[in-house]
Design a protein around this ligand. Sequence first.
Ligand code: ADP
Length: 387
Amino acid sequence: MSKTLPVVGILGGGQLGKMLALAAHPWDLPIHMLDRSPDYPGGPVSTKFFTGDFNNYDDVVAFGQQADILTVEIEHVNTAALKTLKAAGKIVHPDPDILEIIKDKGLQKEFYKKNNLPTADFRLYKDLNDLKAAIDRAEVTYPFVQKSREAGYDGKGVVVIKDAEMIEQCLPGGCVIEPLVPIDKEIAVVVARNADGACQSFEPVEMQFHPTANLVELLFCPAALTAKQASKVSQLARQVIETYQLCGLLAVEFFLTKDGEWLINEVAPRPHNSGHHTINSCVTSQFEQHLRAILNWPLGDTTERQPAAMINLLGADGHTGPVAYEGMETCLGLADCHLHLYGKTQTRPFRKMGHATALADDIATAIEKVRTIKNTLKIVSHAQKES
Ligand code: ADP
């Protein structure tokens, strides 16, 4: 291993950490990871794995001391520890102050409002009683969307409340309330920025959601947008990363409303599900781009070589336990289809276990191929398979 390359420390050893480490391998860049178990996806591909809790101040400080540059694969980390490391001279991207804004949906919404960036109207409430009082005085009217301010991940902190009968489904704790936006399309743009201020975005992707699990199930790139729409949303994503002054990747999720208006939904300051296709379809992957950005190296070419579709591979319903894969060989027989299995040892219903990307000359064919993979590849558990 070259001693001249900086050690990159990643908080989190899940699939995003794994894919970052894989992108670092061709450069021989040392990747250290912190998470609760080396059995997590990042364990086998990291240069060094540290067992600990990225939410624990002491664990993060001890981990950070042996790295040169720190980054995250999840935003819910101990930011106080990252501030200590930054004050001690470590490079930390994304900056802990930005992470604190992004990980609280309420602060995120206030940030957009303050900076005149377009987002759905909103109000903040401190708990359920506070929200119910606002409903009573007709400050909040049905239907509305309620989002937990913190720890929302993959749709678990979001509910749509259509009428008074659904009030018991409201989430406890501090929340953001938004009107139900008439959404035409959900679009994401992954954009990168380095410390020199260079910015580069990937082409907009269009997301389709799983009907029950509320997870992105399928995405395709390029999105079905006019050239004018694509350029507008890319320019907005760039404006968002520049306003945050963030170094690294920022995935910006947008709603295109039925009136043709662009609204920022939320951002993630790290590689994102909506950029997974870039591994197979773009000159530079989002993972390589994140490393380039945090290291202040030249940003890579984001050109998409071919239209792509991507699906998340979820654990089969009714299966919990040690993982097994069925139908893999059939999928590998499909032309220009790429399986990425994360190596999680345990499956459970709807758990994200991997993703698949298909390339084709047109989007419709690429989507058809990922649908075939979805119907063919089953992620089950040994225990239930054998019984
Ligand atoms: P998460 O952090 O869980 O991904 P999001 O804020 O992205 O939460 O919301 C999840 C999904 O809920 C969105 O992708 C969208 O489909 C829907 N949603 C969120 N906010 C609204 C809204 N104001 N109006 C309509 N649908 C919404």
